[in-house]
Write a protein that binds this ligand. Sequence first.
Ligand code: GCU
Length: 421
Amino acid sequence: MKRSVLLFLIFICASGIRTYAQQQLINGKLVPAVLRMKNGDSVTTIKQWEEKRRPELIDFFRKEMYGQSPGKPTQLTFKVFDSDKKALGGKATRKQIAVYFEGNKDVEMGILLYIPNQVKHKVPAFVSLNFFGNQSVHPDTSIKLPTGRMVLEGQGVVNHLATAASRGSDTARWPIEMILDKGYAIATVYYGDIDPDNRTEITTGVRSLYPDLQNRADNFGTIAAWAWGLSRAMDYLETDKRIDSKRIAVLGLSRLGKAALWAGATDERFTLTISNESGAGGAKLFHSIAGESIRKLCTKFPNWYCRNFNKYIDRDDVLPFDQHMVISLVAPRPVYIASASEDLNSNPEGEFWGAKGADPVYRLLNTNGLPAASWPAINTPITGRIAYHNRSGKHDITNYDWIQFLNFADRYLKDQYPVDR
Ligand code: GCU
C-alpha cells in the first residue's frame, strides 16, 4: 500500500476515534460529551471542570442560546411596602416588596414573601415565578392586586386586567400552607413584571431597560430575563434578616422551569434547583428528537432565546451541545428534574436523559449523581444529588410534585452544605 494512502487511512481512523471520544453515549445516542473541552481535551479533575469547562460552557450558552444578561444592576432598590406578622391567621409573616432597577420606576417587580412564624432560626426559602400574578397564589386579600396589563387571560384576569376574582385562582399550584408547615418561606414574583413574553417588541419589562443590548444577536432573551429576575429576588432575600440566603431553592414550571434551570445554572447562590416539566430548551435533550423541536421553539417563541439560537434550527440531533450540559452547570448543587407522563410536548423521557447526561459531572464532583440506569416507572421518584420523577397526568405542578420537592429540600437544605443521604 502506498505510504500516502496508509497515512490517509490512519488519519481517518484517528479522527473517527476522536469524534467518538468527544461524544457521550446517552440512551444509545451519541451526544456531545460534557466532560470534553471544545479543543478535545478531556476533563478529569474538579479543578479542570471548575476553572475551564464550566466557564467554557457558560460562555457558549450565553452567546449561542440564552443570550448575555446584564448582570446585577448598578442601582437596585427594594421598597418593603407591606409587612404583617399575623398573616394567614398568625401562621406567617407576609411581606411585599417593590423592586426597581437602574434608578428607573417604569419597571416594577413585586415580590410576595411568606415566612413561617413557627421557625425561630433563619428560614430556608423557595423562590418561584407565577403565571397569573402574586394575588393568584393565595386568597389572602392583603396581597396587592396587579394594576398593569397581564400577559394571560382567564382565572379572573379579564381583558388582560386582574379582577378580584383572580385572587387565589391558582392555589392548586401553590400549596402555601403546606410549604410553611414544612418550615420553608416562599417568595414569588409575577413573571410578567420581569418580561411580558412579547414575541416581537421589547418595549416593557426589564429588557427594555437595556436598549444598547437589543440589536445584538446575543441579547438576553425572555428565558434569561426571567432568570435574571429570579437573581434579583435572590438579591432581596440576601438582605432579609429572617431568611437564610445560603439555603434557597429556585423552582419553576414549564417556560418558568426553563428559566429556573438557567437561574440555577448561572447563579451559584441558588442552593437547589427544581425544573418542573421544562421540556425543550429546559431539561429535555434535543438529540432525543421527540417533543418540541428547536424549529418550533424558535418560531412560536422567537423571544425566548437569543437570535444566534436560530442557527441550530433543524439540527436537533447533530447539535454540538445539549441540555445535559446546562443541567451540569448546577453541579454539585442538588437539582430536581420532573416530568408528567401526559406532557408529550415536553418529552418526559428526553427530560430524564437530560438529567442522566449530567451524571458524569456530578460523579466527578464526588456526589452520587442520578442513581438510575434507565427511565423509571411513573410515580417512582429517584433521588440522588440529581433527582427525577415522572408524575402521572398532565402538564402542571400538583401537590404530588410539591411533596417530592419538599422532601428533596428536607434532604439537601437541612444542612448548610449538602451531603448525600
Ligand atoms: C408551550 C411550549 C413549551 C412551554 C410551555 C409553557 O407548550 O411549547 O416549551 O414549556 O408552553 O411554558 O407553558
